[in-house]
Design a binder for this molecule. Structure first.
Ligand code: NAP
Ligand code: ZN
Length: 348
């Protein structure tokens, strides 16, 4: 079968698409015929290499993919051939202190399919049944593939970790990205007043379409000052910051007293200067969040499947052109998710 492969860490030239052995499912695994996959910024980090990430090359990347079950191992109970499924990429040990208390994302051995272990951007995949979520028939493959990681992560971050309440004000940075566009929709649906930053007028218009009440061009305006001006100098209750070093200080400036900043990523770097005076004097909370429990991801996805939330697709590419997909993410071109389809199933 054909699969996307990283031949090494490096630039986009290390991405190839070629022949690999067909996967054979273990007893607890499900064989899936992949109809679509989706890129996350994580695919860029994995390609470039991360501290402590020691991969065997060639490495199949990819954390999001959806398709049809073609076979199941002898221990599989939840799925059967013909079912439509999508991947949930988080893997936890099930036995450490944190797993036992029902917090799988705090697992001491937490890892992610496609990052630490082979991923799912291939024609066929064999994955543990614990890493699959059911998809109702009728949900299109791009939506099924692109929803789990970003809607699961954003739901965990805003609803579970951030404890959002109706009537609160929320600023979402990078609203054009995968996590950002999920966060805008979740905050709007929770009954919050949503502020969103995005880098172009077109992206701001899309952010407004999916639920942002106010949009800010951070390339033109100081977004913290803009938010304070819009809120009568009060600031917002919550900031969602996955951008990192470039925005961190302004995220704190945009918060109201007693506000909370939620972080799940640091696209521009993870070592920002921070203003401790502001954190203790204004009694701010810094709340980290990573991935989600499978049940949380399934809950978030149900609201995609039923049409409450929508996955915006910035471009659909054959897997052999995955390097172009990385270019879209790295160049901040477009709005929403990049979908990659096995070349044999690509009809675009
Ligand atoms: N911890 C977790 O579980 C978890 C899960 C998912 C993602 N993440 C992390 O969260 C981050 C976002 O992931 P993603 O997949 O949503 O990425 P993405 O789709 O590539 O979106 C990133 C967005 O960030 C914005 N951005 C980039 N540089 C910026 C800058 N200098 N200033 C302001 N905005 C900037 C861009 O918006 P504009 O075009 O408007 O500039 C872009 O749309 C990544 O770092 C990723 O690793 C973590
Ligand atoms: Zn564990």
């Amino acid at each position: 079968m054909q699969a996307v492969q990283l031949t090494d860490h490096g630039g986009r030239e290390v991405l190839t698409y070629g022949e690999v052995p067909d996967p054979e499912p273990d007893a607890d695994e499900v064989l899936v015929d992949v109809r679509a996959g989706a890129l996350n910024h994580l695919d860029v980090w994995t390609r470039r290499g991360l501290p402590g990430l020691d991969l065997d090359f060639p490495h199949i990347p990819g954390s999001d993919a959806a398709g049809v079950v073609t076979a199941v191992g002898s221990e599989v109970t939840r799925f059967e051939p013909g079912d439509h499924v999508t991947v949930w990429a988080g893997v936890s040990c099930g036995s450490c202190e944190f797993c036992r208390r029902g917090e799988p994302t705090l697992c001491v051995d937490y890892h992610v399919l496609g990052e630490h272990v082979p991923g799912v951007h291939a024609e066929q995949i064999a994955v543990p049944e614990d890493n699959l979520l059911p998809v109702p028939e009728g949900v299109d493959w791009s939506t099924a593939a692109a929803a789990p990681l970003v809607f699961g992560t954003a739901w965990r971050m805003l609803i579970e970790r951030g404890d959002l309440s109706a009537g609160e004000s929320v600023l979402v940075l990078g609203a054009s990205g995968g996590v950002g566009h999920a966060a805008v929709q979740i905050a709007a649906h929770a009954g919050c007043e949503v502020f969103a930053t995005a880098g172009t007028a077109e992206k701001r218009a899309y952010a407004a379409e999916i639920g942002a009440d106010h949009t800010i061009d951070y390339t033109e305006d100081d977004f913290a000052r803009a938010v304070r001006a819009e809120t009568g100098e009060r600031g917002v209750d919550v900031v969602v910051d996955h951008v990192g070093a470039d925005t961190w200080d302004d995220s704190l400036r945009a918060l109201a007293r007693g506000g909370r900043v939620l972080t799940c990523g640091a696209t521009t770097g993870g070592r920002p200067q921070t203003n401790l005076d502001r954190i203790f004097w204004s009694q701010l909370s810094v709340i980290g969040s990573t991935m989600a429990a499978p049940g949380t991801a399934e809950r978030a996805c149900q609201s995609v499947w039923d049409g409450t939330f929508e996955v915006r697709i910035r471009e659909t590419l054959p897997m052999s052109r995955v390097a172009r997909g990385h270019e879209l993410l790295e160049g901040r071109e477009g709005f929403g998710k990049v979908v990659v389809v096995p070349d044999g199933a690509y009809d675009g």
